[in-house]
Write a protein that binds this ligand. Structure first.
Ligand SMILES: *[C@@H]1O[C@H](CO)[C@@H](O)[C@H](O)[C@H]1NC(C)=O
Ligand SMILES: *[C@@H]1O[C@H](CO)[C@@H](O)[C@H](O)[C@H]1NC(C)=O
Ligand SMILES: *[C@@H]1O[C@H](CO)[C@@H](O)[C@H](O)[C@H]1NC(C)=O
Ligand SMILES: *[C@@H]1O[C@H](CO)[C@@H](O)[C@H](O)[C@H]1NC(C)=O
Ligand SMILES: *[C@@H]1O[C@H](CO)[C@@H](O)[C@H](O)[C@H]1NC(C)=O
Ligand SMILES: *[C@@H]1O[C@H](CO)[C@@H](O)[C@H](O)[C@H]1NC(C)=O
Length: 610
């Protein structure tokens, strides 16, 4: 089967590019050339003058800028910004919620465009978003791959290792990054993930990595079980590779593209079909390369204002767009980029000491906090023991087939997202014997899917989120934006809405994702206003991707945006990041049944809170 969250395949790219170019040349973009001619010299003069003034201004400004420290460029998230000293040093997604920086108030004048203020985002809040996605970067230009972080030379030690520990204590690990010449690194930005684990008891817990910005990293572990444990640290991407990821996100957002299938009547009762290249309409980040002027058909969603764009078919009208699918991948990596990207997801050497953890007399490990919306995700958010996840977020239960059915009784459940959320749909269809899936004669990968249990009055829906979506050929009319779907639901005590988004957005600028997320936020706020007793649950991103088309680093940034947007909205955030990152299974964007079952236990604990 064609996977919907796909591993790269290289398509023939050149002919497509050439084709694009020819198509665009065909159309005369200026529709009324005569009107413009007379004024054009005046306009040129004026433009020239403006440019001159702007340049003078820039020169003066840059002179002045040298005196002071550079301040962050306004707006535009994907530009790396701000000084490096406060907040968000941690590579844990959960860090965002609490680290809402107070010290950053001084920068709150950064202009924010009307889009954000219309959606109720203050400039303070916008600054916090910029902080949340901030990532340290090399302080010099990388002229040789040997300057990048070498997983083979990088090591970790356990600070103040003791003979024994008590449950609930903390363990501190220090990571010392080195380059390929075995020289200590002096700047931060490496992306590490760390866990504490013990294979015999199938136990593991996620560690919070903090970038000390000088080539050292500290990892804080909480010791949650009685028994033994060992530390494992992986270099997911070197600081230099992160810059490769970032650069391609900022300049080659078209590296994943899509097909639009046009169909319609041709001459002599024939049926015409044309397949064109499509993508998000966005005038930057490489997406402008789709074409200019009259090159394209545009599909602007009236409610979200988002525009999907396809190259104009030769003979069929724009209205003939019927199907959508993944198109292909364009790999723009240079040889250096490729070399930096090979050092991905490598375990690093370090102290293999066995940590012994004993009981504490006042063992207060029990979580008594009731599950409710708006709870913060701590690090760790929980831990595995014998493959069972115990949550530290709130008091969760473990469900049997029978209690699962009872929990879902009288519920109308709407799932919207990608295939990682479809795994939850599939779990329920398998788990609940009375819940039967209907055949709606649609492309399974994108849905919509429906399962009903008439006896228990359950209806369970899943549908893919709107484009961009990497999937097999599917009717584009079935791809609905999440915010529109939410707007069309009345909500209420029997309604459960679950959504996720991320993996299909890894190639796009953060700004694009942020806008998408904020529209959903607005829809959720409106829903909770008209029906406050609706349950809304957001699944966060799974770890698993490790390449230029999708990477945990991209996902982590999207995760931070999602958490930032929903921290004050009264929804449940179900963290699966830590659950997928620390499990002993090989990471997979579609995690195995053990992980899914544990996720579902939390989900059901959110839905049935007693
Ligand atoms: C980030 O690191 C700096 C320097 O080590 C530290 O002072 C600061 O408290 C850290 N911030 C957070 C939020 O961890
Ligand atoms: C890169 O560094 C390595 C090791 O330091 C050195 O052997 C090699 O010549 C350098 N390559 C270039 C192009 O400078
Ligand atoms: C790297 O340097 C450390 C000491 O700083 C040394 O112990 C280690 O053996 C060196 N590694 C290699 C591969 O040369
Ligand atoms: C890096 O910074 C931390 C915290 O500021 C400090 O404790 C540590 O000694 C520094 N490491 C190096 C190698 O300079
Ligand atoms: C359509 O049919 C007519 C008459 O049968 C024929 O002359 C013409 O070539 C056909 N056109 C195409 C495009 O096949
Ligand atoms: C048990 O907890 C109480 C209150 O938190 C504390 O005062 C006491 O010292 C603890 N006992 C031990 C042995 O840690």
């Amino acid at each position: 089967m064609y996977p919907d969250l796909v591993t790269p395949i290289t398509f023939l790219q050149r002919p497509i590019l050439a084709y694009t170019w020819i198509l665009c040349m065909h159309f005369d973009c200026s529709q009324h050339p005569c009107l413009h001619r007379e004024r054009s010299w005046l306009r040129k003069l004026f433009t020239g003058l403006c440019l001159l003034i702007v340049m003078c201004f820039l020169v003066i400004w840059s002179y002045m800028g040298n005196e002071r420290k550079k301040s962050p460029p306004p707006s535009f998230l994907s530009q790396h910004c701000a000084e490096r000293h406060d907040s968000s040093n941690s590579s844990s997604p959960a860090a965002v919620n609490s680290e809402v920086s107070v010290t950053y108030k001084s920068q709150s004048q950064s202009p924010i465009n009307s889009f954000y203020s219309e959606l109720g985002i203050s400039s303070d809040s916008y600054s916090r978003l910029q902080q949340a996605v901030k990532w340290a970067e090399p302080d010099r230009s990388i002229t040789n791959v040997s300057m990048s972080t070498s997983p083979a030379h990088t090591t970790f030690i356990i600070a103040n290792l003791k003979d024994s520990y008590q449950i609930g204590e903390e363990l501190l690990v220090l990571v010392h990054a080195k380059d390929f010449d075995n020289k200590s690194k002096s700047y931060g930005g490496d992306f590490f993930q760390a866990k504490l684990f013990w294979s015999k008891t199938k136990a593991s817990v996620f560690g919070e990595v903090r970038d000390l910005l000088n080539g050292s990293y500290s990892v804080r572990f909480f010791l949650p079980w009685v028994g033994e444990a060992q530390v494992a640290v992986r270099l997911i991407h070197s600081s230099e590779a992160v810059q490769v990821l970032k650069r391609h996100r900022d300049t080659n957002s078209d590296r994943v593209y899509f097909n639009g299938y046009y169909e319609g009547p041709g001459p002599n009762k024939t049926r015409l079909s044309e397949t064109m290249k499509c993508n998000v309409k966005w005038d930057k980040n490489g997406l402008e390369r789709t074409g200019t002027g009259d090159c394209c058909c545009e599909y602007k969603d009236p409610r979200t204002g988002e525009t999907w764009r396809c190259q104009r078919p030769k003979s069929l009208p724009c209205s003939a767009l019927v199907y959508h699918s993944m198109g292909g991948y364009k790999n723009h990596l240079t040889n250096n980029d490729k070399m930096l990207m090979t050092q991905t997801n490598k375990g690093i050497n370090g102290d293999k000491s066995i940590i012994k953890i004993f009981h504490h007399q006042n063992d207060t490990n029990d979580i008594t906090e009731k599950c409710r919306p708006g709870l913060h995700t701590p690090v760790p958010a929980g831990f595995y023991l014998n493959d069972v996840w115990t949550s530290f977020v709130c008091s969760t239960r473990h469900f049997t087939t029978q209690t699962t059915t009872e929990c879902l009784r009288d519920k109308h459940i709407y799932m919207m997202g990608d295939s990682t959320l479809r795994q939850w749909f599939e779990f329920f269809v398998k788990e609940v014997p009375t819940l039967k899936q209907m055949n709606l004669h649609v492309q399974y990968q994108s849905g919509p899917l429906l399962a009903v249990d008439v006896e228990n009055n359950i209806d369970l829906h899943w549908r893919a989120h709107g484009v961009p979506l990497r999937c097999m050929k599917t009717a584009i009319a079935n791809l609905h934006y999440i915010s529109n779907e939410i707007d069309d639901l009345a909500g209420g005590p029997h309604t459960v809405i679950i959504f996720n988004l991320g993996p299909h957005f890894t190639t796009y600028p953060l700004e694009f994702f942020t806008q998408r997320v904020l529209r959903i936020r607005k829809a959720v706020l409106a829903l909770l206003q008209r029906a406050p007793d609706t349950t809304v649950i957001i699944k966060t991103v799974n770890t698993g991707y490790k390449d230029i088309f999708g990477s945990d680093w991209y996902s982590l940034q999207l995760d931070r945006i999602l958490r930032w947007a929903f921290q004050d909205v009264g929804v449940y955030i179900l963290d699966v990041w830590q659950m997928t990152a620390c499990h002993y299974n090989k990471e997979d964007i579609h995690p195995g049944p053990v992980i899914i079952k544990n996720e579902i236990d939390i989900l059901l604990s959110f839905i049935c809170k007693n």
